[in-house]
Design a protein around this ligand. Structure first.
Ligand code: BES
Ligand code: MN
Ligand code: ZN
Length: 491
């Protein structure tokens, strides 16, 4: 959408103001409204103040153009509403091809109880997310798009500093989106490992890739079996932000990184396979969160990331329904469906996290079930977390980032549903009941008791079907910003 976005400078071409539904301009905005052109524009019928509604005025003075964006009802105003409004402004700026905009919405935000730094962050995130472009897969068969470089500023230093931070976090989230977009003939598990290595080197993270014989040595039973049928071999990617003290228990972030999910021998049918290049989006979000942690958040606490990367393919060497897998924590699994593969590779990472990392808490992100899309659509991610303390932190990070989570239940009856007549548990109960909960119940067999653990099923939220808010149709990078917020607030 933009060639680039930078912060600062003076003499912007466009002045951006905001107003709430049923209200005029705030005092600071009125002071900037030379010739009262903005106030006059707000008397036009179209100026409803609805969230994201845009009204324009053309003053004679310092600015070439004034954009007045509707902020919705003041009582309902949140940072998420501000992201929507800022994205609407961004879309308009991209259309007008104006190169610089001065945001003077801190007054309106302050009236609604949002301080200038938080407001600036939300605006910066929205513009940064909106600006994401991925055209490396375009060829010579079309017109190259024309884009303008955008400069944004504000008379409020705090708002500007917030925008700077918001843009930086969005840059990290956009990394996840570009990885998600990369097609499966390029983005193999090995390629994901290379990307992780390169990012780690650049950002100052440790990176280790476990593959081949090492997977056997570590008894990563899920990765070995799920990845068997593909010539693109599986791997476990481990990243570490050292923080200040080696001793403190780290936060462990785990991502399902299925570079393609054909379903395996339980093959996906009726076009169910299309889009499964995005079955790596849990891992992409975790990788992007680590980038934000290393470049923006820089927390004192240690953070470890584990990306369980494999391609679920078909061949005579594929793992099969009826196979029994024995995990490193001693739990055995009867494979009933090779399309329930995500939980099998996540189990390796959960075992490792609990046995090796001595974690303060474990959070996993996975495009795990179609059932969560049926239940929650694309509005909320499904959250499973039985630890009250960790759940409160995840909910706070969700409110801060605008990435919504909704708690789903856990109960011993669901865990019993996973029992197998042959092994300890099955990877899927064919009774067609509560699939997202079955997934979480399965995973719970690989998490040590007393370790706070949160599972986020992101199958409904990792991609957007249309241009909406700060997103264009395609990957959203869901989770990168939530995890960055979570780590920032974790002492
Ligand atoms: N990757 C899929 C889940 C998925 C579905 C993600 C749609 C994004 C959009 C996962 O591996 C899968 O195939 N899940 C099965 C599980 C079932 C076989 C128990 C599902 O949900 O149908
Ligand atoms: Mn699957
Ligand atoms: Zn999958």
């Amino acid at each position: 959408m933009f060639e680039s976005i930078s912060v600062g400078g003076t003499k912007a071409a466009v002045l951006v103001l905001g107003h709430f539904q049923g209200q005029g301009l705030d005092r600071a905005a009125r002071a900037l409204d030379t010739g009262r052109v903005a106030a006059a524009a707000l008397r036009r019928g179209e100026a409803t103040g609805e969230l994201g509604r845009m009204v324009e005025a053309f003053p004679k003075g310092r600015f070439r153009r004034v954009l007045i964006v509707g902020l919705g009802k003041e009582a309902k105003f949140t940072t998420e509403a501000l992201r929507t409004a800022a994205a609407a402004v961004g879309r308009r700026l991209a259309t007008t091809k104006e190169a610089s905009a001065q945001f003077e919405v801190a007054g309106a935000c302050g009236a609604a109880g949002i301080d200038p730094h938080r407001a600036g962050r939300a605006a910066g995130e929205a513009l940064g997310l909106l600006g994401w472009v991925c055209d490396q897969f375009k060829g010579k068969g079309g017109e190259p798009p024309k884009r303008t470089a955008l400069r944004v500023s504000s008379s409020s230093d705090e708002f500007e500093a917030g925008m700077e931070r918001g843009l930086a976090v969005a840059r990290s989230a956009n990394l996840a989106r570009t990885l998600s977009e990369t097609p499966p003939n390029i983005a193999t598990p090995g390629w994901m490992a290379e990307q992780a290595r390169a990012m780690a080197k650049q950002a100052g993270l440790r990176c280790e890739v476990m593959q081949g014989e090492r997977l056997v040595k570590e008894r990563f039973e899920g990765l070995i079996n799920v990845g068997k049928a593909s010539e693109n071999k599986p791997c476990m990617i481990r990243l570490e932000w050292p923080g200040e003290g080696k001793k403190a228990e780290p936060l462990v972030l785990i991502g399902k990184t299925m570079t393609y999910d054909t379903g395996g021998l339980s093959l996906k049918v009726n076009n169910g396979m299309v889009g499964m290049k995005r079955d790596k989006d849990g891992g992409c979000a975790v990788l992007a969160a680590m980038h934000a942690i290393a470049t923006v958040v820089r927390p004192r606490r240690r953070v470890v990331a584990l990306l369980a990367a494999a391609e679920n393919s078909v061949s005579d060497e594929a793992y099969r329904p009826d196979d029994v897998l024995r995990y490193r924590n001693g739990v055995t699994v009867e494979v009933t469906n090779t399309d329930a593969e995500g939980r099998l590779v996540l189990a390796d990472a959960l075992c490792w996290a609990c046995e090796v990392e001595n974690p303060a808490a474990v959070i996993d992100l996975a495009t795990l079930t179609g059932g969560v899309v049926t239940a929650l659509g694309s509005t909320f991610a499904g959250m499973f977390c039985e630890d009250d303390g960790l759940r409160a932190r995840v909910e706070a990070a969700s409110a801060d980032s605008g990435e919504r989570v909704w708690r789903l239940p856990m109960h011993q009856e669901y865990r019993d549903m996973m029992k197998s007549p042959v092994a300890d548990i099955v990877n899927s109960n064919p009774n067609r009941k509560a699939h997202p909960i079955q997934g979480a119940a399965f995973l719970s067999y690989f998490v040590r008791e007393n370790i706070p653990w949160c599972h986020l099923d992101i199958a409904g939220v990792h991609a957007s079907e249309s241009d909406s808010g700060p997103f264009v149709k395609g990957p959203t990078g869901w989770g990168a910003r939530l995890l960055a917020s979570l780590v920032a607030a974790y002492e």
